[in-house]
Design a protein around this ligand. Structure first.
Ligand code: NDP
Length: 454
């Protein structure tokens, strides 16, 4: 066998790259990981973690209002200090960067700072050196994409900058209708900013269950977010201390910032992939087979750069499968079915399995169970907010093939139920489970009557 410097060279120390490195090392491989920016990648630095911290921060306003209105609390002199929050958040991220470094060190993985590029099927170039490896992993993630067709798009910020604003904006325009757009609309609104969200189509959150999408649109509007569909900016200009956006219908809006949340593109440029003939899709995603192998047998790819399901736990799953396949003599293909997900909007959404329309297309005859109700916590307040819980059942097998929710702690609740959906449990088995009372989650085991067929 050829003598390589390493068994495994990983490009990118994000969620996927770090897990693949550590696991491969635990199987006895000699591993190096190269990172040009920050340990932990998008998730830790400008994604899931800081986002969730900002979501927590922004939810307090509504909770305090409910505490005062219904629960006997009097809280005077309420004040919010954005710089203090950002400073605390930055400190936590620096701590996590350190944790990642320690994990890599403890696993015996060599960390190399810098940008690595592919120089051959078994070689990478980094910092003037050329290093060889039996296997190379591309785990370079994705970056925020700004639509070039919007004139003056350079005046927009992306989520990268939103995490480091010096002051809390008073007015924000959010463009997009995916995860990041609805999450940041909720964050800025919750902190007291005027938020206008623009989505190009007739209903945002494409790919989610239609009832959930409509429910969330109503909830966001009910909270005071100016949510507009079939609306996009065509021009962005700088204006007095902020920006001015001209919309497709000619309307002009002014705001402190326009946040562009129009998707992310794979980080696959300038890595030397084209030169080696590694296949990519039209949008730049690295093409991989079921085992995360690229078109070159020694080069593999996982995570956002492959644009399969762009979620941290999915990248970690792909990493675990690849490390086992390459270094543990245990071939494992990642499974991309029934992946649970949450959108940390306000209220949050949780979902696992098929939407109603997907299930109808796949199974034909389905039963839908749906409940929209006022949570106990809101009964002492005038809040109009409602929860929605929904089960989609394949009639022939009685299996619950989709489970969806909008309401407090949807992510926590759906994570638990995802085990049941993944295990293929039937509606009868859901019904046989005793509820925990009083909770929102008990609704999933007490839904008795299907929605009548239209
Ligand atoms: P998404 O792909 O979720 O959404 C992109 C949005 O931008 C869609 O509404 C899309 O519309 C719209 N859009 C795309 N191109 C244009 C354009 N040229 N002009 C106007 N609108 C446009 O991307 P996000 O940026 O929100 O998030 C990226 C990924 O990160 C997500 O897909 C998700 O996988 C992950 N993520 C997960 C989170 C979580 O787990 N909670 C949180 C944040 C991100 P259309 O639907 O019409 O194409």
């Amino acid at each position: 066998m050829a003598d390589y410097d390493y068994d495994f060279f990983v490009i990118g120390a994000g969620s996927g790259g770090v897990r693949a490195s550590r696991l491969a090392a635990s199987f006895g491989a000699r591993v190096a990981v190269a990172e040009e920016r920050f340990l932990g990648g998008t998730c830790v630095n400008v994604g899931c973690i800081p986002k969730k911290l900002l979501v927590y921060a922004s939810a307090f306003r509504e909770e305090v209002a409910e505490a005062q209105e219904g629960y006997g609390w009097s809280l005077d002199g309420l004040d919010f200090d954005w710089p203090r929050l950002i400073e605390n958040k930055n400190r936590e991220i620096a701590r996590l960067n350190g944790v990642y470094q320690k994990l890599l060190d403890a696993a015996g993985v060599e960390s190399i700072e810098g940008r690595a590029t592919l120089a051959g099927p078994h070689t990478v170039a980094i910092g003037g050196r050329t290093l060889s490896a039996r296997h190379i992993l591309v785990a370079t993630g994705s970056s925020a994409f700004r639509p070039p067709e919007i004139l003056g798009i350079e005046h927009a910020i992306t989520s990268d900058e939103a995490f480091y604003l010096e002051a809390l904006p008073e007015r924000v325009i959010v463009v997009g209708g995916g995860y990041i757009a609805v999450e940041f609309a909720g964050i800025f609104h919750g902190m007291g900013a005027d938020v206008c969200q623009l989505y190009r189509g007739p209903m945002f959150l494409r790919g989610f269950d239609d009832d959930l999408r409509q429910h969330l649109a109503g909830e966001m509007r009910g909270r005071g977010i100016d949510l507009r569909f079939d609306s996009v900016p065509v021009k962005i200009e700088q204006a007095r201390g902020g920006i001015r956006a001209t919309l497709s219908d000619g309307q002009v809006l002014e705001a402190d910032y326009l946040l562009c949340a129009t998707g992310r593109h794979p980080n696959s440029e300038g890595l030397g992939l084209e030169e080696l003939g590694v296949k990519k899709t039209a949008n730049g995603a690295v093409v991989v087979d079921a085992y995360s192998n690229t078109s070159l047998p020694s080069i593999h790819a996982i995570g956002d750069v492959t644009d399969r399901i762009n979620l941290t736990p999915v990248a970690i799953h792909e990493a675990i499968c690849l490390a086992n396949t390459l270094f543990n003599d245990r071939p494992m293909a990642p499974v991309h079915d029934a992946v649970p997900a949450a959108v940390f909007s306000q209220p949050p959404l949780g979902t696992v399995g098929l939407t109603e329309s997907e299930a109808r297309a796949r199974y034909g005859a389905i039963d839908v169970y749906r409940s929209t109700f006022r949570a106990l916590k809101q009964t002492l307040t005038s809040s109009p907010t409602r929860c929605m819980m929904k089960l989609v059942v394949d009639r022939a097998s009685d299996r619950v093939v989709g489970l969806h929710m909008a309401g407090a702690e949807a992510g926590e609740i759906v994570q638990g139920f995802a085990v049941a959906v993944r295990a293929g449990l039937s509606k009868v088995q859901f019904d046989a489970t005793i509820g925990i009372h009083p909770t929102l989650a008990e609704e999933f085991v007490t839904l008795r009557e299907p929605v009548p067929e239209a």
